[in-house]
Design a protein around this ligand. Structure first.
Ligand code: SF4
Length: 478
């Protein structure tokens, strides 16, 4: 991942919460897509339990990933495509550059792809003198703005149409307008020229099917069809987990992907791409390359506690349900993947210590799992990350938390196991807390280690009379 700013998570989150335009955009996307997705799951012929079946499919695939990927590579090669397994983002970028240079590529058109964001492909192609044009409307907007996506499937969700109107008038000379249809028409005209002159198309891959050797891609505007068929070379980059063994499994996951992503029965434009064109289907490119990227995924696969995160199909439903994402937006996460999926995946990919705030910031409310199209237990993995950070784990390079904090929790564990002492401690606490500043009978500021608890909220004082005592003296006959 490039340009990681996870250390600024807290500060960036605070700033996002002060941005009224952003808050209204987030409320809009969550208000629309959150409930819509739940209704879409309920309306499935098989009911919402199809998500459990999808989870089984994903788990089985991930547990047999080596075999499924080898099958995929063989099938694609038989269909005339080339397959490259990239261990690192550097290897993936180098391969794309090699293909571009071998084909004397000057211009690239891209379909929306988070995995190419992950490897920082655009800036490397541009550094090699290749012009790169994003063709998904949202990606096109943020490329013009010089920004990063703030949502997995709606990258420009943080921008208003007024901002887009201003941007288009500055960057592509469109007379200022706020009319979405006119703005879309302007982008369409500018992009048509790019499609016609590009030598290479680069896309991600929603899912690849090992049985048939095709990759499938969803787009809202159909731009991916042109990015994959007009240029003479098509390179698709996929995370190594985005594979399914057969078409039957593919169909189930695809139906859930569309529902999770946009509460739709099926994405606007779905493309199935099975390699280069040929005598029977002359519309395809002359060459097709699939880059299968590891970039830390094998390490995740090797840890049974985190392997489940590889079941993710990047539908983004967890973002649309998460109360934290709904307030701080995607940029605050400081990495390619944001929201609950990013809070788990980013620490595993860029380092737990470096990205620790992301998993600490999530609320553990469980909304992400309920929204997830494949029922991934994200809260469990968030807790597991916190555990590894607190206890230290040499395998992930984490060291135990501060001695004082550890002593504090050990003390609490001891008291919790000794009710009489616990009762005495509560009574002492109730006396001591009288010294703390109050706001409407709530403690507004704690000293020392407890200070963090009152940074953004007041807390209820300890009762001088514990529940057990009150319970004993209650008249429970009535
Ligand atoms: S974790 Fe689940 S809800 Fe979130 S992006 Fe992945 S599949 Fe979608």
């Amino acid at each position: 991942m490039t340009d990681i700013t996870t250390q600024q998570y807290v500060q960036a989150g605070r700033e996002a919460m002060k941005d009224d335009i952003l808050q209204s955009a987030l409320a809009n996307v969550q208000g629309r897509l959150g409930p819509g997705t739940q209704a879409a799951y309920r309306n499935l012929p098989e009911g919402p339990d199809l998500r459990l079946k999808a989870h089984e499919i994903r788990e089985k695939t991930i547990n047999n990933l080596d075999i499924v990927l080898e099958t995929l590579a063989d099938t694609i090669r038989k269909r005339g495509g080339k397959v490259f397994f990239a261990r690192t983002k550097e290897e993936a970028v180098a391969y794309c550059l090699k293909v571009a240079q071998a084909n004397k590529v000057k211009q690239v058109v891209k379909g929306k792809s988070m995995v190419t964001e992950e490897i920082g492909l655009n800036k490397n192609l541009e550094a090699a003198g290749i012009q790169v044009s994003e063709t998904d409307l949202g990606e096109y907007i943020i490329q013009l703005a010089g920004e990063k996506p703030s949502h997995i499937i709606a990258p420009a969700i943080h921008k208003t149409r007024q901002q887009v109107g201003k941007l288009f008038s500055e960057k592509i000379g469109t007379p200022y307008t706020e009319d979405p249809a006119t703005l879309t028409g302007a982008a369409r005209k500018a992009l048509r020229e790019k499609f016609l002159s590009a030598d290479m198309g680069i896309t991600g891959c929603n899912l690849a099917c090992a049985e048939t050797g095709h990759i499938s891609l969803v787009s809202n505007e159909g731009n991916i069809r042109m990015a994959t068929t007009l240029p003479k070379v098509h390179v698709a980059v996929m995370g190594m987990e985005r594979v399914v063994p057969n078409l039957e499994d593919h169909e189930i996951l695809f139906r859930l992907l569309s529902r999770g992503a946009a509460a739709q029965k099926l994405g606007g434009c779905v493309s199935y791409i099975g390699g280069p064109g040929g005598p029977d289907f002359p519309d395809g490119p002359e060459a097709f390359h699939l880059v299968i990227l590891d970039n830390g995924r094998s390490r995740i696969l090797a840890d049974p506690a985190f392997r489940e995160i590889l079941c993710c199909i990047r539908c983004s439903a967890c973002l649309n349900a998460c109360p934290v994402y709904g307030k701080i937006s995607g940029h605050a996460y400081g990495a390619t993947y944001c929201g609950p999926i990013g809070a788990v995946l980013t620490p595993l990919m860029v380092g737990m210590n470096r990205a620790k705030d992301l998993c600490l910031g999530e609320s553990l409310c469980g909304a992400c799992q309920q929204a997830c199209s494949v029922n991934i237990d994200l809260p469990r993995m968030l807790r597991e990350l916190r555990f590894r950070l607190a206890e230290g784990d040499p395998a992930w390079g984490t060291t135990p938390v501060s001695r004082m904090e550890r002593l504090g929790y050990q003390g609490f564990a001891f008291l919790a196991g000794h009710p009489r002492l616990y009762g005495i401690a509560l009574k002492l606490g109730a006396v001591a807390e009288k010294l703390f500043p109050k706001n409407k009978d709530m403690i507004s500021r704690m000293p020392g280690l407890g200070a963090g608890w009152t940074v953004s909220r007041d807390i209820r004082p300890v009762s001088g009379r514990p529940f057990r005592e009150r319970w004993k003296s209650m008249d429970r006959k009535n």
